[in-house]
Design a protein around this ligand. Structure first.
Ligand code: 5RP
Ligand code: MG
Ligand code: MG
Length: 241
């Protein structure tokens, strides 16, 4: 960054370092939105032990967020668009598909398709999910290097790993962990393919309260980042591009 340019906060600097080192961080979106904290880690760094950790200690859905350009390149559309098109096969889908006003916390979801890497067996064990996740990171790395790739030769759908497609304008368009995690990846200069998984409360089954998620971060020495801090850092990063 230019001298005189605004600097990232200490907390964001710690988060960037952790992500560059392939470590897990905790990412809270926003009060008034989901108000959820997601385990968040670079897809390229995930191990079977991380998948186990996410399903046992986070407990939400293990998803992989991809930036808009990578999604476009690989041909990963929004699931809602697929279902709208598929209405030609079953008109019941017209009533099921997500519409404006359906979600209580945002104007739309970011879901794309569910995939398994073709080298997995059933797709669900920790090693299978870690493989699918790693390979999603790898195929994006390859496209970024200009290699011509064929997504369908390596992955199949339906599968056991949910992919999420980030909004083009990232955090300026949508404030989900989909966009927040990809914004962090851009700032950190790592492949824009990130794994997110919500932390749930073992006692009541709801989203884990922010205070409890923060405490978990302290107990396990994980950086806890909030959406607003990410937006501020993303704007600093954008102005340096
Ligand atoms: O719903 C979700 C998928 O389990 C999670 O909230 C995840 O954080 C991604 O979604 P979003 O970008 O909407 O926050
Ligand atoms: Mg959600
Ligand atoms: Mg979320």
């Amino acid at each position: 960054m230019d001298s005189g340019a605004k600097e990232y906060s200490k907390n964001i600097q710690k988060a960037i370092k952790a992500l560059q080192n392939g470590e897990m961080i905790l990412l809270f979106d926003l009060e008034g939105r989901e108000a959820e904290t997601d385990f968040t880690i670079a897809a390229n760094a995930v191990t079977p032990a991380d998948v186990r950790w996410m399903r046992k200690d986070a407990g939400g859905l293990i998803c992989v967020a991809l930036d808009s350009e990578a999604s476009e390149e690989l041909g990963l559309p929004f699931m809602a668009d697929i279902v709208r098109e598929a209405n030609q096969c079953s008109t019941a889908l017209h009533k099921i598909v997500e519409k404006g006003g359906d979600l209580k916390y945002d104007s739309r979801s970011s879901f794309s398709i569910w995939v398994n890497h073709r080298d997995t067996r059933t797709g669900i064990p920790d090693n299978d999910r870690a493989l699918t996740i790693n390979k999603l990171g790898e195929i994006v790395d390859r496209t970024l290097k200009g290699e011509e790739v064929h997504f369908g030769s390596e992955f199949r759908t339906p599968g056991h790993v949910a992919t999420l497609r980030a909004a083009k304008g990232l955090v300026h368009e949508r404030m989900g962990q989909t966009e927040l995690s990809i914004a962090l990846a851009k700032i950190a200069g790592i492949t824009p393919v990130m794994v997110v998984c919500e932390m749930l409360d073992d006692e009541n089954g709801r989203a884990l309260a922010k205070g409890d998620a923060k405490q978990y971060g302290k107990d396990y020495d994980l950086v806890f980042v909030e959406g607003e801090e990410v937006v501020e850092a993303y704007d600093i990063w954008l102005s340096s591009q």
